[in-house]
Design a protein around this ligand. Structure first.
Ligand SMILES: NC(=O)C1=CN([C@@H]2O[C@H](COP(=O)(O)OP(=O)(O)OC[C@H]3O[C@@H](n4cnc5c(N)ncnc54)[C@H](O)[C@@H]3O)[C@@H](O)[C@H]2O)C=CC1
Ligand SMILES: O=C(O)C1=N[C@H](C(=O)O)C[C@H](O)C1
Length: 257
């Protein structure tokens, strides 16, 4: 039996990829193509017509495009009744609310949006959330390749929000910081009271450190993606799960558990 016949015999999930020519999209196409239970039916980039993706029968669309187009893509998917797995960054709380609104009108459709599909990165965020209540100080340093469009990264932003929520729940006040005289930007961005610093350098892929401090000790939690294949197990996990998860799933945590 050929691989194609095998896929047909087991009713493979029909997958379309948006941003297919990009760094992530290229890897996703390869990973979907290599998975015996998935079939790559459409691979579209910015000059392609989205109608071709639905015409090809995609049941699940994977989006790794850019923050300025992802909302239109996602709206289109939900409208068409196509499930979506989204890795593209730029999801503010307002954007997530809009997605929830679209999904309310399409109760059968599932959307998974994950700021990071690396399983190690998901664990790094979980460990950081767990540690947050025990340390009065915390800062995040994210490091990425220089072609990244946004800063701070989606992962760092999400981590900062998780830590801020854990600190608030534990009744911690603001982090101690006497700095009042700074060159603009020297102390990084402030996300929910957590300072986030973004480094861009050739040779990097995607890396993050969360530095906690208390009297007499520090704890550093670090994750490194050296290759974009590191995101693929998480992407495929979401592709396999999304059809059975109507509504919005934020992050991979629920899928891992
Ligand atoms: N959640 C995660 O685990 C990860 C998320 N990302 C995020 O994914 C996004 C893409 O990252 P990269 O692949 O590095 O970027 P990239 O720039 O290499 O790829 C983006 C691709 O999207 C295409 N594109 C632009 N507009 C489009 C449209 N309207 N329809 C279809 N395709 C369109 C571009 O032509 C390009 O090929 C970024 O937001 C990045 O931060 C990246 C790595 C992991
Ligand atoms: O642009 C990237 O490369 C990455 N983007 C995501 C982010 O902004 O967090 C995930 C990962 O860090 C790689």
């Amino acid at each position: 039996m050929t691989e194609q016949q095998e896929k047909g015999a087991t009713e493979a999930i029909r997958v379309g990829v948006l941003g297919a020519h990009g760094r992530m999209g290229t890897e996703v196409c390869k990973a979907v193509d290599a998975a015996p239970d998935l079939e790559l039916v459409a691979s579209a980039d910015q000059s392609d017509w989205l109608g071709d993706v639905s015409a090809a029968g995609a049941e699940v669309v994977v989006d790794f495009t850019t923050p300025d187009v992802v909302m239109d893509n996602l709206h289109w998917c939900v409208d068409q009744g196509i499930h979506a797995v989204v890795g593209t960054t730029g999801f503010t709380e307002q954007r997530l609310e809009r997605v929830r609104g679209w999904l309310a009108d399409k109760p059968g459709v599932g959307v998974v949006i994950a700021p990071n599909f690396g399983l190690g990165a998901v664990l790094m965020m979980q460990f950081a959330t767990r540690a947050a209540r025990y340390f009065e100080s915390v800062e995040i340093v994210e490091q990425h390749h220089p072609r990244k469009l946004d800063a701070p990264s989606g992962t760092a932003t999400h981590t900062a929000r998780l830590i801020a929520a854990a600190r608030a729940e534990a009744g911690l006040g603001p982090v101690p910081d006497a700095t009042s005289d700074e060159v603009a930007g020297a102390r990084g961005a402030d996300i929910g009271g957590v300072r986030v610093h973004a480094v861009r350098a050739t040779g990097l892929v995607a890396h993050q450190e969360v530095l906690f401090g208390a009297t007499g000790e520090t704890l550093t939690i670090r994750h490194d993606s050296y290759d974009r294949v590191s995101f693929m197990p998480g992407v495929l996990l979401a592709v396999r799960a999304v059809r059975a998860r109507p509504g919005l799933t934020l992050g991979l945590d629920a899928l891992l558990d």
